[in-house]
Every structure is written in C-alpha cells, then in structure tokens.
Design a protein around this ligand. Structure first.
Ligand SMILES: CC(=O)[C@@H](O)[C@H](O)COP(=O)(O)O
Ligand SMILES: NCC(=O)COP(=O)(O)O
Length: 237
C-alpha cells in the first residue's frame, strides 16, 4: 500500500486570495488526517504566494502523520526545514517564477550540491527525497547523492494517460525497479488524480508514497474532501 500525502498548497492559495484565514490551512491539515490522509505535503515558494514560511511552523504541531516539505534548497528554505524538522524534505529544482514544478533534478550536473544539502538534512534526522524525471541515468545519479528516496515527477505520465497512451508509464516502472535495486525508496507526484492513480500504483513496484494536491482539491469541490481522500486510499491499496 502506498501512502497518501495531501498537498495543501491549494488551500493556502484560496486563503490568500482574500487575505484573512479562510480556509484555515492548519485546520484543513488536521481534518485531512482525520479523514485518512497519511501525510501532509507543503511546497513553500520564495514569493509565498500559497503556503507561507510561517504556515510551515504552524503546521508542525498539527501534523501527526508524515510531514513533507518540498522546495528548492535555497538558503532560506534550508533554514526553514532545519527549524521545522519535518519527517521528509523533498528537493525540487523549481525556478522562482515557475507557476508549478516543471522539471526534476539533473542529478549528474548538480551532484556535488545535492550531496552537501542531503548530508546536512540527514545529519538533522530528516529523511530526504529528490524530485527526478523518469530517466535511468538520473536515478543512478540520485543514488550517488546519498538521498533516501526519489520522487518521480509524474506530469508526463498524467499527460499521456489522459490521452489514452498507457505506455507512458513504462519509464516510471523501469526507474522504480532501478531505485528498488539501488536501495532507494520511491515516491511520486504531480498531476496524479482519481482517474490515473490506480493504474499508476499498479505499475510502480515498491511505491511508498504519493503527494497529491491540485486534482484532489478540485475533485473535492464536487465529491467532498473526506470522500475523495477515502477514494484515493482505496485505489492505493
Ligand atoms: C513538486 C511538485 O510536483 C509540485 O506539484 C508541487 O509541490 C505543487 O506545487 P504547486 O501547488 O505550487 O503547483
Ligand atoms: N509532489 C507533488 C505534489 O505535492 C502535488 O502535486 P499536484 O497534485 O498539486 O500536481
């Protein structure tokens, strides 16, 4: 069974659109866990347009499942993660002005940087994961960084799947098999949804965790948050 970590960035986006504190992201995190979520993910960006750095602190007490903080390890982000000490940090090489994450790490080019950052997080007892495209030599490169896990960037899979091309999962299967062989855990995320999650899960050996936000929140508008979380859990069994 793969764990479901609910990404609550979109809840913060809604809150920020009006100022004030509605909806309350801390309360949402508590409720998502009560409804069955096995983790909470946030991805604070430097402009704090959705999750703010202060939210990361405020959520610490409320998240009693797995707390996953994603982001580009710029100094401000590294300091935040070291202060909050979540269960897991997921490193994502996103540009400051990126609308959303749009690429994984070049684990070969950025090896030395990643080795240093990962070492610091691990020394502080924080599990590490790095966001990678489904490319075998980048997974091999990830192993060289010392990371505990990789997060497979699933946008390409989701794009192919919605167009009826199920073959798009093949590189993900191969990368997961390689990561398993190399002793790294496998997470996945980006554009996963109620439509594609079961197929994805069934084709990824050893899938440990998925982080899902955008689709989950959109689906919840029609189906309700508790119901949607329960639907994901059934598909991830
Ligand atoms: C790392 C990743 O895949 C992202 O999907 C992410 O964490 C979501 O960020 P946004 O909510 O800013 O799109
Ligand atoms: N790591 C991926 C994530 O947290 C959520 O991505 P999305 O479901 O918002 O595309």
């Amino acid at each position: 069974m793969a764990k479901l970590s609910v990404n609550i960035n979109k809840i913060a986006t809604l809150r920020n659109s009006r100022g004030g504190n509605v909806p309350n992201v801390v309360q949402f995190a508590k409720d998502a866990q009560r409804f069955g979520a096995q983790g909470i993910t946030i991805h604070p960006r430097p402009d704090e347009r959705h999750i703010r750095y202060q939210d990361a602190h405020d959520l610490k007490e409320a998240v009693y499942t797995e707390y996953n903080i994603e982001g580009n390890p710029i100094p401000k982000f590294i300091d935040l993660v070291l202060q909050v000490k979540p269960t897991q940090v997921t490193l994502v090489p996103d540009a400051e002005d990126a609308i959303t994450s749009n690429a994984g790490w070049d684990t070969i080019k950025h090896k030395d940087f990643l080795v240093d950052v990962i070492k610091e997080f691990k020394q502080n007892g924080i599990r590490t994961s790095i966001f990678v495209d489904p490319v075998l030599n980048l997974v091999e490169g990830a192993k060289e960084t010392g990371t505990d896990r990789i997060e497979l960037y699933t946008e390409a899979f989701a794009h192919n799947y919605v167009q009826g091309n199920n073959e798009g999962v093949k590189p993900y299967t191969a990368c997961a098999e390689l990561a398993n062989k190399l002793g790294m855990g496998v997470n996945a995320g980006h554009d996963l949804s109620l439509d594609n999650i079961q197929f994805f899960k069934e084709h990824i050996p050893g899938l440990l965790e998925v982080s899902i936000g955008h689709a989950l929140v959109a689906e919840s508008l029609y189906l309700g948050v508790e119901n949607v979380i329960q639907m994901y859990l059934r598909k991830l069994k």
